[in-house]
Design a protein around this ligand. Structure first.
Ligand code: HEC
Ligand code: HEC
Length: 149
């Protein structure tokens, strides 16, 4: 390798290292300030809230939060526990909200006879809630039209 090329590579490498170190110092993630090469203390396991009434939504396209426990609810290729209560054929018996029509459309807006694969893994979008302090301050206000008075 030519000498100039080697010098250039060394300079580029040091620059990249410097920049990444700068970012590493500024980032304050869930790990807190524990350096990346050290194991952080695992956060305390939070208690999932008891079953309750549906939780108010904050914006129109928000996937509603899950107002009940889901521990042990399996979702795999053959079986989806959520659909045993939330599908159109079961919701009346279980008293659950039925999945909305949007859950039957694929990304080209073709309406399918069954739940669209992109909506099959419910917990990608719907999450249960724990009682804990917010990690960061949030001053978000829902728009008035969907706010329950
Ligand atoms: C045993 C039946 C049952 C199962 C299984 C179940 N749910 Fe529910 N779910 C309910 C009922 C009942 C409600 C409505 C509570 C109410 O209206 O008071 C509900 C409410 C919800 C809501 C809130 C809807 C809204 O309009 O705010 C979401 C979201 C939800 N469930 C998602 C899920 C997901 C995701 C799973 C699987 C991980 C799941 N549920 C499994 C019975 C069930
Ligand atoms: C890709 C994200 C996504 C996935 C995956 C998904 N949902 Fe939803 N869900 C949403 C959004 C966004 C809404 C609110 C807007 C709407 O109805 O489409 C919603 C609404 C709902 C509602 C409320 C319906 C109503 O009439 O108010 C229920 C119940 C629900 N989903 C259950 C489920 C269940 C059960 C699954 C899995 C079988 C699932 N969802 C998968 C995003 C998702």
């Amino acid at each position: 390798m030519k000498k100039e090329k080697l010098i250039l590579l060394t300079v580029m490498f040091s620059l990249t290292l410097g920049v990444s170190q700068l970012f590493a110092q500024q980032l304050n993630s869930l790990r807190g300030s524990t350096p990346l090469d050290e194991a952080n203390k695992s956060p305390a396991v939070q208690k999932v809230q008891n079953d309750r009434e549906p939780i108010e939504r904050d914006y129109v396209q928000q996937p509603p939060l899950i107002p009940h426990k889901i521990q042990g609810y399996k979702i795999n290729k053959k079986f989806n526990k959520c659909l045993t209560c939330h599908s159109w054929s079961n919701y009346k018996d279980s008293g659950a909200t039925k999945i909305s029509q949007t859950h039957f459309s694929d990304r080209e807006n073709h309406v399918l006879a069954n739940i669209a694969p992109r909506r099959y893994f419910c917990t990608q979008c719907h999450v249960p809630q724990v009682t804990s302090n917010p990690l960061v301050e949030n001053t978000f206000q829902p728009i008035k039209t969907i706010k329950h008075q």
